[in-house]
Design a binder for this molecule. Structure first.
Ligand code: ZN
Length: 292
């Protein structure tokens, strides 16, 4: 199994911090969505985190999802890191064996001290292998009616302690976004909270659930210290719109519908990359230079 590494994921994020933008983390779900993300990255000349996450792993298994993604990444010219999103302990260990470029360990459901200890162990092992770790603190709710945000926001003091004691490279925080898209208008992000956390942790911050967040909020979040932004829902909707458009014309081959989904998802992904400011930042030829 190939574990050749062509991209340093932390280098992508460090350059984003220096350049005042954010790198996109987007989820793959099948070959067509994987291709859509990579084609978007090529066309926008944007670095990208190719994320293997909570939806696809139960569907096809982490091994197949990784192999498929890796194969597409290897034949693409995009500057792309293969990243495990919301990994469990078992998935994280498998990801190490498979040769993921970076991982997120999600211990956010654990009590604080247990999250610290579990994350610290993961970081120790990951760093031995040269793999950066993203972890999450605070909880990112799934789209639902009644959310008491103060219960979900990442706490500043906890963030400081957490990063110090675990040594994580990237911290995903909760500051008013959620997984999925709400029926109502999105709340403004807690920009002050993001800034306060940035000032005490010293590592780049990550926000999940950037779909449906107004562009102005995205810009402010980047200025406040967020340099990796995950979005999934908007891209999934674009893919779906392509399928629906094709099937609205009558019976069509699945391939024709998925090709149209891929086409619309490429455009939606390029839109996100522009919004995050990472378009034009991949740097032509860097992958070849780093990989060979
Ligand atoms: Zn997430």
């Amino acid at each position: 199994m190939s574990s050749s590494r062509s991209v340093d994921p932390m280098d992508l994020v460090r350059r984003a911090r220096e350049g005042g933008y954010a790198v996109g983390g987007f989820n793959m779900h099948n070959p067509e969505t994987t291709q859509a993300l990579l084609l978007a990255a090529e066309r926008a000349d944007a670095p990208v985190f190719m994320q293997i996450g909570r939806a696809v792993i139960p569907h096809m298994g982490i091994d197949d999802a990784f192999e498929m993604t890796k194969k597409e990444v290897d034949r693409s010219d995009a500057v792309a890191a293969v990243h495990l999103d919301h990994g469990t302990l078992d998935e994280v260990h498998r990801a190490f064996e498979l040769g993921f470029d970076s991982i997120m360990f999600d211990g956010s459901h654990l009590p604080f001290q247990q999250n610290v200890e579990a994350t610290r162990d993961v970081v120790k092992e990951a760093h031995r292998l040269g793999i950066p770790v993203e972890a999450e603190l605070g909880s990112i709710p799934d789209a639902a009616e009644d959310i008491r945000w103060e219960d979900h926001y990442t706490k500043v003091e906890e963030a400081e302690t957490f990063v110090k004691e675990t040594g994580v490279d990237l911290l995903a925080i909760s500051a008013g976004v959620m997984h999925g898209v709400t029926a109502s208008a999105p709340l403004p992000l807690a920009i002050d909270r993001i800034r306060q956390i940035r000032d005490v942790v010293g590592v780049p911050l990550v926000l999940h659930g950037a779909s449906g967040v107004p562009t102005d909020d995205v810009r402010q979040a980047i200025l406040a210290g967020v340099h990796k932004l995950n979005a999934d829902t908007d891209l999934r909707h674009a893919f779906r719109a392509g399928i629906e458009r094709m099937w609205a014309q009558g019976d069509r081959q699945l391939e024709a519908a998925m090709a149209e989904g891929r086409r619309l998802m490429i455009d939606a992904t390029i839109g996100k990359m522009r919004e995050f400011g990472c378009d034009g930042r991949a740097g032509a030829g860097e992958k070849t230079a780093a990989g060979s």
